[in-house]
Design a binder for this molecule. Structure first.
Ligand SMILES: [Cu+2]
Length: 66
């Protein structure tokens, strides 16, 4: 399970955008977003860096991988 702190997620649209971006990299990925904590959790077989790039390409800033 990968965990990221992601900045400026504020609503359901953000959750959908990030989920879609991650699933574009790995359609089998399980994505959970905790808006209150600004945290994205991803269960994937892909490289952690690939997931970071996908989130950033969706327009969000990954503050840290935790
Ligand atoms: Cu939003």
């Amino acid at each position: 399970m990968l965990r990221y702190q992601v900045e400026r997620m504020s609503c359901g649209h953000c959750v959908q955008a990030i989920t879609k971006a991650v699933k574009a990299v790995d359609p089998a990925a399980e994505v959970a977003v905790d808006l209150g904590a600004g945290r994205v959790m991803v269960d994937t077989s892909q490289e952690a860096d690939s997931i970071v790039r996908a989130i950033e390409q969706a327009g969000y800033t990954v503050a840290s991988a935790a």
